[in-house]
Design a protein around this ligand. Structure first.
Ligand code: CTP
Length: 393
């Protein structure tokens, strides 16, 4: 029988429910990840206990999704979602069931889940409960809907993006019938909120399999956001630093340059990326730097900031194959003065030396920074004071 070493707070929670007569399992993503020998991000618990029972047995519990039978309990400082076995009712909006009906056993509960690899439960007493051969699909590396794919996608159209997301993050193939159903129901994706699409897209952008992102776009799943097709060069996004801001900005600006979308910043904003990422994108669209010239890189960092220059360098890398981000990192880590805050003189110092308060001080500091970018050895308070005196004359 399969054994899992669960964290103590999870075991303790399951024991409490079981000792009160309720059948209880870990289920979904955590079982999938344990079987793949990955560390689960969180543990979801499914139980025959009704929400009111869960609340009774766990004093620090929060009814986070009572309508769906979910209660979040805090055990030893860890939040745990406990959901009563359920079988979902009719979905008229393709997002949430009109009503949730509690089920009497785990089999009913597993039937309503999206993919076979996510429809496995486990308990210490019974071991794995795997009615849809999810373990088999895990070993064959296949994403397959539980039962009839059109029904699963009809219930929640976000599952279409989830299929491609799991394919990208796990490196699995999507089974043909599941692909066909997704294509048939792709228009329903329009009803899914941009926040939910955003969360899936971020996970794909950070995955190793960017070819899955290409496939997702080329199949028209992001058409609502104005994205119909995309250049093949996008695959090289996987060579770019695995950082969400850098990858999202690079992705959007490249799409704009290839005329796949109209504007990178508007595209990211529609997809609910945060204000910082959107304004960085607006800036990066305008940056022109010759990455062969170290001085230009320094000047760029001083003018636009390191993040913006790294994004511009990543775009250059994807277009030319020249590893400009590495050049930028070497310069940024050299310890040389590249920003006003690294200058060995401040506005206050200048005022103490008799320079008048006001706009002029800012202009002077920028001139000093420009000088230090090409003469790093001059970044010393005394030298900078003398230089400032000469610049004033
Ligand atoms: N689930 C589902 N349909 C959805 C979302 C979730 O059937 N649209 C089920 C799946 O069984 C899934 C479980 O609920 O495994 C938990 O969902 P979630 O926490 O969103 O995803 P995980 O599978 O845990 O994966 P990850 O944490 O990596 O996102």
């Amino acid at each position: 029988m399969t054994e899992f070493a669960l964290p103590q707070y999870v075991r303790q929670t399951i024991n409490k429910l079981e000792s009160n007569g309720f059948c209880t399992y870990i289920v979904g993503g955590c079982v999938r990840d344990l079987l793949l020998k990955r560390k689960p991000l969180d543990y979801d618990i499914a139980t025959s206990a009704l929400p009111e029972n869960i609340i009774r047995y766990f004093p620090s519990s929060y009814p986070t999704g009572l309508k769906h039978g979910t209660v979040t309990v805090i055990v030893k400082g860890h939040p745990l979602e406990i959901t009563t076995f359920r079988t979902d009712g009719i979905y008229s909006d393709g997002r949430r069931p009109d009503q949730v009906v509690f089920a009497s056993d785990i089999l009913e509960d597993l039937k309503r889940r999206d993919f076979t690899i996510n429809a496995i439960a486990w308990s210490e007493k019974e071991g794995l409960i795997d009615p849809f051969c999810g373990c088999d699909d895990l070993s064959k590396k296949i994403i397959r809907c539980v039962g009839e794919p059109t029904e699963r996608f009809f219930e929640d159209s976000l599952r279409i993006l989830r299929a491609w997301r799991f394919s990208a993050t796990l490196g699995f193939n999507i089974e043909q019938k599941t692909v066909e159903a997704a294509l048939k129901l792709k228009d329903r994706l329009g009803a899914v909120s941009a926040e939910r699409v955003h969360s899936e897209l971020c996970k794909i952008l950070l995955s190793k399999h960017l070819e899955i992102l290409l496939d997702l776009i080329n199949k028209g799943f992001l058409i609502k956001y104005g994205l119909k097709n995309t250049p093949n060069t996008l695959i090289s996004l996987s060579k770019i630093e695995n950082d969400l801001i850098i990858r999202s900005v690079t992705f959007a600006v490249l799409l704009e340059q290839n005329k796949s979308i109209e504007r990178a910043d508007t595209f990211l904003s529609l997809l609910r990326f945060d204000k910082r990422t959107v304004s960085l994108t607006r800036l990066v669209r305008k940056i022109k730097i010759s990455f062969e010239v170290p001085f230009e890189i320094k000047l760029g960092i001083a003018k636009y900031g390191l993040d913006a220059v790294l994004c511009a360098a990543s775009i250059f890398f994807m277009e030319t194959g020249v590893n400009a981000p590495q050049k930028v990192r070497v310069i940024a880590n050299s310890g040389e003065c590249l920003t006003l805050s690294q200058l060995q003189i401040t506005g206050d110092d200048l005022m103490q030396k008799g320079f008048p308060e006001g706009r002029e001080i800012g202009i002077l500091l920028n001139k000093l920074l420009l000088h230090v970018l090409s003469h790093p050895e001059d970044n010393q308070t005394e030298k900078l004071t003398n230089l400032a005196e000469n610049m004033k004359k």
